[in-house]
Design a protein around this ligand. Structure first.
Ligand code: FMN
Length: 157
């Protein structure tokens, strides 16, 4: 696809407003991974399934493909800094970021609007991304305003 067509497609896709999540997992060597993602979607209630997409060029791709468990954190309107942090490509992803490690060996971020603790169920190839389907094993929800993404920008309304 030429650059003009890609920009046009990005512009049209950007007209779909989404929330913003951070998806976390641990690599087999114990390295903590976190990635800002707005490709999150619900798939099924019974069984409870959700999905997100990861770019094949992601530095942490292999960790997510190998992970038995991962967590999807839905960010609040006050967590844009966290979204920006986990959208940066670097290898010290949790420097200065408060977190705990769950019993399933997954990094957990506090203060989010919702969290879905998932077991990896299916991985599908989709062009330049992989589609990761997770079975929701536990979830939490809090009250508050969501962080939004629209037209390539963060919004709070
Ligand atoms: C709002 C927003 C949503 C994003 N959604 C995704 C996504 O769904 N999947 C993905 O692979 N990257 C997504 N990205 C890009 C990644 O966050 C970013 O490329 C990644 O953190 C770069 O580091 P890495 O290569 O070490 O993974 C998104 C970025 C932003 C700002």
């Amino acid at each position: 696809m030429d650059i003009e067509s890609e920009l046009g497609l990005r512009r049209s896709l950007g007209r779909f407003a989404t929330g913003v999540t951070v998806v976390t997992c641990c690599a087999p060597d114990g390295r903590t991974c976190g990635i800002t993602a707005n490709s999150f979607s619900s798939v099924s209630l019974d069984p409870p399934l959700v999905l997100w997409n990861i770019a094949k060029v992601s530095n942490s791709l292999q960790a997510y493909l190998d992970a038995e468990h991962f967590a999807i954190h839905v960010l609040t309107a006050g967590q844009q800094d966290m979204a920006e942090h986990f959208a940066r490509a670097d290898h010290t992803r949790y420097d200065g970021i408060e977190h705990t490690i769950s019993g399933q060996n997954v990094p957990i971020l506090p203060g989010v609007l919702a969290r879905f603790d998932c077991r990896t169920r299916e991985i599908h190839e989709g062009g330049d991304h992989y589609i990761i389907v997770g079975e929701v094993e536990a979830h939490t929800a809090a009250d508050g305003a969501p962080l939004l993404f629209f037209g390539g920008e963060y919004r709070t309304s």
